[in-house]
Ligand binder design. Structure first.
Ligand SMILES: *[C@@H]1O[C@H](CO)[C@@H](O)[C@H](O)[C@H]1NC(C)=O
Ligand SMILES: *[C@@H]1O[C@H](CO)[C@@H](O)[C@H](O)[C@H]1NC(C)=O
Ligand SMILES: *[C@@H]1O[C@H](CO)[C@@H](O)[C@H](O)[C@H]1NC(C)=O
Ligand SMILES: *[C@@H]1O[C@H](CO)[C@@H](O)[C@H](O)[C@H]1NC(C)=O
Ligand SMILES: *[C@@H]1O[C@H](CO)[C@@H](O)[C@H](O)[C@H]1NC(C)=O
Ligand SMILES: *[C@@H]1O[C@H](CO)[C@@H](O)[C@H](O)[C@H]1NC(C)=O
Ligand SMILES: *[C@@H]1O[C@H](CO)[C@@H](O)[C@H](O)[C@H]1NC(C)=O
Ligand SMILES: [Cu+2]
Length: 778
């Protein structure tokens, strides 16, 4: 796909530790060319390191996946499974196998002590349509590797909804088999009204495999309220790469309750903002000339592709190569591929990857001391709005689609800087392991600003002057998950001073709606026939802080204004001042950022103080767009979305409260399999093992600039965790990538670079050939 090119550039050199008279170019460096050229080694692999322990959070191995698959299909397991390729709604079949998270209670004695590596377990989701009461049921299979000790047991303990790992058939994932079961009904309805759809929309639907079909059908979640009923609210679009941008004004609503497809029926058809219960009613309106297509879509989609559009013209000097961030000095982080373990400038952590949640971090330490036990995504949600059945009914919990499996195909130099370490990600798919090359990248990047700087004695009055400035950079781990229409970019940055930043950006096609003149309150018209449907994005995360150990508290430092007097300001009498009102969160709680940022939240260790007697901790600092779900009582996000409804929450850690959500919760808004709100049962969070849950997100106020795709510049949200009296001073003094300039009384200049030489080398940037993953259908 990508041409191999080679670019060269000469890099400036350095004269270190020079002494010279000050001159107007004091802080500028001469750029000199060198005849003798070596390559900077940008593509050299990161130095290796051996992780202190075998990674207890690692995925189960490919052999385990195959052995677990065989075990659950064996007659001894007694699960009566049909191979998924041959299964129908009324069979029992495996939906997926993934790694079961290992209990923290089992890992701590291992990672912090001499206990043995805890056994790994698989979680296996089985769709049991063949049972009298058809359900989806999760199982735990272990210990692994499969042997005489291995058992298959129901996996209930990570779900608190009351039915354990079971989800009723109507609420279970709407997979291809359910879609196919409802297809004959949809096909018959659409055939019956084909003349109308051709007349109004120049398109017809004869079934997804039929050659005559030239509009495509899609349906949102939830598909049920509580698992006692199921529905499918289908919208239609023109097919093609940019199909999400060319929806047409036609909706077919089906009742698809139960496993017997012969009982499915049409609930109604919607077009022109009108609801028709039967095809006969629709035809009557059509025959009466009441239906029209006021804003017809275009089938041509070249304008909607993320490629150069020559008719937009050119910008001056844009034919030059854009700036690049390259690790000129060689990579400064170490990687243990076997254990998925990283070390960087005092940081160390383990990585883990699952189908459901993608990338997660464990045992994050700074200078050997633990800060976080776990940092992981829990849910990537979106809720839409509109006066039509599709947008009104759309809520996504992307874990439902196995979020992690959509990480793929990072393009070096564009998605991640040239020279990044591109890692394959892998996850179980059926009975084997699937690998996505370049699903994750690691790179250190110039922050674009110094970590710290100061110039003293700016005027010559003092007879001296000096300047210190420290290079700013951070190690980034990045993955882009392309779940259908959207590309979510997750970036975790480990800064040199001990702070950690989590940032999410969104790009890709808007899930848009046909444009209606009268419905501007749900979003603007953004192209010929398209309205940008308003929606919220909420990304829910888990931050299991263990500041030094598991006994932590959440300290709230409120900034309050009080009236007070001070004897030396008699003339003022009483006057207002700001002061701290420091309290500790006592019990589990959902809460929001304080207005005007007038509260500081810190996770502290009560027993560990720094040199100044202050409790050592980390502060939770809001970044960009810190929001929660806008709507509290929507029927589509009633009880299965509790984790999306506050900015922050704090709970006591439990092995049974591993996740804030269950991946199959979406279809059960009234009867969730797992209910985050049940975490808040009054337990103490003072001096306990506490977990902070936080939301990032965006109120997506759609705009014409979402065409062709939403832009990463604006669609961004972030949060920062920074040391708060964790240390005795700022963690920068030990860095040598800095400049210290002193001017003595005579004006003599000392210029100190601590021996960090600037390289004299040739930069050779090469675009690797990237394998494009075919988009898996969901
Ligand atoms: C599917 O069923 C056919 C016919 O019974 C059989 O030949 C085939 O082996 C089955 N496929 C799998 C993957 O079990
Ligand atoms: C096994 O599953 C099939 C459906 O695949 C079902 O018809 C059959 O009754 C089941 N057998 C038992 C013993 O439950
Ligand atoms: C994890 O902890 C839960 C709750 O104590 C327990 O029910 C479960 O069996 C444990 N899981 C494993 C794999 O040991
Ligand atoms: C779409 O299909 C219908 C029915 O086959 C046909 O009448 C119509 O011309 C087609 N439109 C286009 C643009 O191909
Ligand atoms: C990543 O996967 C590709 C293709 O499957 C393979 O060639 C390559 O060796 C893998 N890289 C690593 C670092 O494992
Ligand atoms: C301080 O006192 C003044 C005068 O009584 C009053 O107007 C003001 O609201 C008080 N401020 C606070 C923070 O209570
Ligand atoms: C400090 O916080 C406590 C607990 O929220 C509250 O009761 C008290 O009134 C606050 N004090 C001030 C001065 O705001
Ligand atoms: Cu959006």
């Amino acid at each position: 796909m990508v041409a191999k090119t080679s670019l060269t550039a000469l890099v400036a050199t350095a004269i270190h530790c020079v002494t010279a008279r000050p001159d107007p170019n004091l802080y500028r460096r001469a750029i000199s060319k060198f005849n003798e050229i070596r390559t900077c080694g940008l593509s050299d692999a990161a130095p290796t390191v051996k992780a202190p322990k075998v990674n207890p959070w690692a995925q189960i191995t490919p052999d385990d996946v195959t052995a677990v698959w065989e075990l659950v299909h064996s007659s001894e397991a007694g699960l009566n499974l049909t191979h998924p390729d041959n299964a129908t709604l009324t069979d029992n079949y495996v939906y997926f196998i993934d790694t079961l998270p290992t209990n923290k209670s089992a890992i701590l004695p291992y990672i912090d002590g001499d206990a043995e590596l805890p056994a790994k377990y698989a979680r296996v989701v089985i769709f049991e349509g063949g049972k009298d009461e058809p359900v989806s049921q999760e199982y735990m299979v272990g210990p692994l590797p499969v042997g005489s000790e291995t058992s298959v047991a129901k996996l209930d303990y990570i779900f608190n909804g009351g039915k354990g790992g079971a989800v009723p058939f109507n609420g279970r994932n709407f997979d291809g088999k359910r879609s196919r079961a409802s297809e004959p009904l949809l096909k018959s309805i659409m055939e019956e009204i084909a003349d109308i759809t051709v007349a109004l929309f120049d398109g017809a639907y004869y079934g997804s495999g039929d050659e005559r079909t030239n509009i495509s059908a899609g349906s949102p979640t939830p598909v049920s309220y509580d698992g006692t009923q199921a529905f499918r609210n289908i919208m239609f679009r023109y097919p093609g790469a940019a199909t999400y941008l060319v929806p047409i004004d036609l909706y077919v609503m089906l009742d698809i309750t139960g496993t017997d497809a012969s009982k499915y029926f049409l609930k109604g058809i919607v077009t022109n903002e009108r609801f028709f219960r039967t095809t006969t009613d629709l035809r009557a309106a059509y025959d009466a000339g009441e239906l029209k297509s006021e804003f017809p879509q275009t089938r041509e989609q070249e304008w909607a592709l993320v490629k150069n559009q020559p008719e937009m013209g050119v910008r001056d000097l844009e034919d030059r190569l854009a700036p690049q961030s390259v690790e000129l000095g060689g990579k400064r982080y170490k990687y243990d591929k076997e254990q998925q373990y990283v070390e960087f400038m005092g940081w160390s952590f383990y990585l883990s990857f699952t189908r459901t949640l993608g990338l997660a971090f464990y045992d994050i330490r700074f200078k050997g001391e633990r800060v976080l036990y776990e940092l992981s995504l829990q849910e990537a949600a979106a809720q839409y709005a509109g006066y039509q059945p599709k947008a009104a009914n759309t809520v996504y919990h992307d874990t439902y689609y196995s979020f992690g499996t959509y990480a793929a195909t990072l393009v070096e130099g564009y998605d991640c800087p040239f020279g990044s370490t591109l890692l394959n990600i892998s996850f179980p798919e059926g009975d084997r392991e699937e690998v996505h090359p370049a699903g994750l990248c690691i790179f250190e990047q110039d922050s674009g600003y110094p970590l710290a700087r100061h110039r003293t004695g700016g005027s010559s009055d003092f007879g001296f002057s000096n300047l210190g400035t420290v290079k700013g950079s951070a190690l980034h781990l990045r993955a882009v998950y392309t779940v259908g229409n959207y590309d979510y970019m997750f970036d975790y940055a480990f800064h040199l001073d001990g702070s950690i930043e989590t940032e999410v950006r969104a790009s890709g096609y808007l899930q848009s709606s046909p444009y209606y003149k009268s419905q501007g309150r749900f979003g603007p018209r953004i192209s010929q026939g398209t309205q940008g449907s308003y929606h919220d994005h909420i990304l829910n995360f888990k931050a299991d802080f263990d500041i030094l150990d598991t006994k932590n508290s959440l300290q709230v430092t409120e900034l309050v204004v009080v009236n007070q007097t001070q004897p030396w300001y008699e003339e003022l009498g009483t006057f207002e001042q700001m002061e701290f009102n420091t309290t500790v969160m006592e019990t589990e709680k959902q809460f929001n950022w304080a207005a005007n940022g007038q509260a500081m939240y810190s996770v502290v260790n009560n027993d560990q103080t720094n040199a100044w007697g202050e409790k050592r901790g980390y502060r939770i600092i809001p970044g960009k767009s810190n929001i929660h779900l806008s709507i509290a009582n929507s029927p589509w996000t009633r009880k299965q979305s509790g984790m999306l409804k506050s900015h922050l929450a704090v709970t006591k850690q439990h092995d049974t409260e591993t996740y804030s959500n269950s991946w199959q919760n979406i279809n059960m808004p009234e009867a969730p399999q797992h209910d985050f709100l049940k975490f808040f049962d009054g337990e103490s969070v003072d001096d306990e093992d506490i977990v902070l849950w936080f939301n990032l997100g965006m109120h997506h106020f759609t705009r014409a600039e979402d065409i062709p795709v939403t832009l990463f510049t604006e669609a961004v949200s972030s949060i920062m965790f920074a040391p708060q009296n964790f240390n005795d001073r700022a963690q920068e003094g030990d860095l040598r990538n800095r400049r210290w300039v002193e001017v003595d009384e005579e004006g003599g200049l000392t210029y100190e670079d601590y021996g960090i030489e600037l390289p004299t080398c040739q930069v050779q940037l090469e675009e690797p050939v990237t394998k494009i993953e075919p988009w898996a259908s969901i």
